[in-house]
Design a protein around this ligand. Structure first.
Ligand code: NAP
Length: 267
């Protein structure tokens, strides 16, 4: 799996922005951000349709991730949802299919449905999203070894809770953590003086520093969403930034790592 990808939440629904969003995704692929994350939930399928347009003619260069809603995560439900997603994406396989968040349908049933999709080559692998450590512990007891390929969670400088236990556990299990909202949804995080200072130090933008910070963990994949081409270009360059020990120390001071367990936050 590529370490740096592209998110698509809130894309595809606005007719005027559609062409720019599609071109930005294509630009990102050309710049090496070949993992694209989407979901049946995003714009009720509109984001998947946009992704389908964006990867047209480039499908084999792309690692496609989509997600099923917990309410659709029964054995038959995942098949129906997956079929609909494949149609919207204009492809015959999803590379990684995630359960969007833990729901009330027994996990064993969802996993059963995912494994059936795998056998039928509709998905290459499956994983989960918004699973805290206790959710992961129940999952690992139900899945075949190596079955779950990733856990996508909220992880950025402002939300470091996963570092207390989940990040280490995932690393030990060899299950990558996929960091969503890595640039804090483009909000206050990017104005923080520590990020501004490090940006000056490295000749980079605060967003690039925030992304580089997520990518310094070997087991973390980062999926920023950008619909502006200048943001896409910036994000793609984050892979080449090497933060030094003194940079990390400054960030730890500004955004202290967790010292106790907190429940995994969800957006
Ligand atoms: P994000 O990627 O942290 O932030 C996206 C926002 O930041 C957009 O407004 C974007 O602006 C702006 N931005 C991007 N690059 C920038 C840059 N270099 N400089 C300044 N601003 C920049 O937040 P997100 O969209 O919430 O998370 C990323 C992806 O993770 C989502 O799109 C989705 O695929 C996934 N996600 C999953 C879950 C889940 O429950 N599994 C939840 C949330 C998100 P423009 O668009 O204007 O360029």
């Amino acid at each position: 799996m590529p370490a740096l990808g592209q998110g698509t939440w809130k894309m595809g629904s606005n007719r005027d922005a559609r062409r720019r969003e599609r071109d930005s995704l294509r630009l990102g692929i050309e710049l090496g951000m070949t993992l694209i994350d989407t979901a049946e939930m995003y714009g009720n399928g509109a984001a998947e349709e946009l992704v389908g347009e964006a990867v047209d003619g480039m499908r084999d260069q792309v690692f496609l991730v989509s997600k099923v809603l917990p309410t659709n995560a029964s054995r038959q439900g995942v098949r129906r949802s997956c079929e609909a997603s494949l149609k919207r994406l204009g492809t015959d396989r999803i590379d990684l299919y995630l359960l969007h968040w833990p729901g009330s349908i027994p996990l064993a049933e969802t996993i059963d449905g995912f494994e059936a999709l795998r056998r039928d080559s509709m998905i290459r692998d499956w994983g989960v999203s918004n699973f805290d450590l206790d959710d992961m512990l129940s999952l690992v007891g139900l899945a075949r070894p190596g079955g779950c390929l990733a856990n996508q969670v909220l992880y950025n400088l402002e939300h470091r809770g996963a570092e207390f236990d989940l990040l280490r556990y995932s690393h030990d299990q060899g299950i990558p953590l996929m960091a969503y909202s890595p640039v804090g949804q483009g909000g206050e995080l990017l104005k923080h003086p520590a990020l501004v200072e490090l940006g000056h130090r490295h000749g980079r933008t605060p967003a690039q520093i925030a992304l580089a910070w997520t990518l310094q963990h070997p087991n973390v994949i980062s999926i920023p969403k950008a619909s502006l081409p200048e943001h896409v270009r910036e994000n793609a360059e984050a892979l080449s930034i090497r933060l030094q020990d003194e940079d990390i120390a400054l960030l730890d001071q500004a955004f202290p790592p967790p010292t106790c367990k907190t429940s995994l936050e969800i957006l």
